[in-house]
Design a protein around this ligand. Sequence first.
Ligand SMILES: Cc1c2[nH]c(c1CCC(=O)O)Cc1[nH]c(c(CCC(=O)O)c1C)Cc1[nH]c(c(CCC(=O)O)c1C)Cc1[nH]c(c(C)c1CCC(=O)O)C2
Length: 341
Amino acid sequence: MLKNDLFLRAARGEATERTPVWLMRQAGRILPEYRALRGRLSGFKELVETPALAAEVTIQPIDALDVDAAIIFSDILVVPDAMGLPYEMVEARGPLFPNVIKSAADVEKLRIPDPEEGLGYVLEALRITKKALNGRVPLIGFAGAPWTILAYMVEGHGSKTFSKARGMLYREPALAHQLLAKITATTIAYLKAQVAAGAQVVQVFDSWAGILPPDHYREFSTRYITEITEALAPLVPVTVFAKGAWWAVEDFAATSCRTIGLDWNQDPAQVRLQAGNKTLQGNLDPCALYGTPEQVKAATETMLRKFAGGPHIANLGHGVYPDTNPDNVRVFVDTVKAWRG
Ligand SMILES: Cc1c2[nH]c(c1CCC(=O)O)Cc1[nH]c(c(CCC(=O)O)c1C)Cc1[nH]c(c(CCC(=O)O)c1C)Cc1[nH]c(c(C)c1CCC(=O)O)C2
């Protein structure tokens, strides 16, 4: 039994007494208790791959920020790792893949792992977290969208342009589809296993959606996200967050996803008109949290007003930036909680 099920009800499209609130990347470097724990370990991967520690870090923002949902502490890059393409997390630089996908033979070699074997550590972290939460708030599972995962597997690291990955879509579309199909199959099995392990909502992150032209996006991303939502929607509400893909809202509205995430470039009122009865999530600019507490409160209220007229889950328009003052995050959370729109 959940003591606070506001987020889950909003994610199902049901009416709630107030707007629920959580933040993408709430479990992480904004919290001193995260940095303290992280500092004692060999690296990011040790934290991700040690279920008891991942569970501890998942619960930190519930205690520190009093948000209405927990998101399991992990990374989208555990999926390529389990498929046979390991990543490293380089301090202050970000992810790096020592090997990348270049050819049909490389795609051929990738596994579609049994989630309990290849990703058992995430599932165990979910089970521990679920138990430790003891019904305080719902638990969110997640995965990257196949396009964003392909982008890292082909590029090998973060990039402004992801030109190798985007180049593949033009040069070798059939190979890209083979890779996307394998990632999709892995992701569906993985998300289903997350639900079996305790995830009550799942979110698909398409962080690099906005760098594709809309036609390519439909061909190489929406298609696979739709497969994932069709497979998961009978089990739990599904949220799709495709950063920068303002032109994809109507396509997502036609899928069985329940919630559409907005980045800060999108206009909630306009998305409301395009999104039918979907729940909307977002979309305060993460930089709004650099203001004074009064400015944070005003910006949050302005944002809340724009989402009037349908179910809303308050969040930022992308992950919280690591140098954000947690006190301002509290102002954001408390402002949402006090709001009666
Ligand atoms: C693109 C992407 C990644 N990972 C993720 C995405 C999609 C969301 C988005 O667009 O931000 C998803 C993610 N990564 C992490 C979470 C944890 C749960 C939460 O949201 O609180 C989630 C949901 C932890 C993390 N993932 C990472 C950290 C920081 C590393 C550290 O603590 O050492 C954390 C807390 C590392 C990471 N992981 C990734 C990058 C590019 C980086 C380096 C940049 C950075 O440092 O933020 C890949």
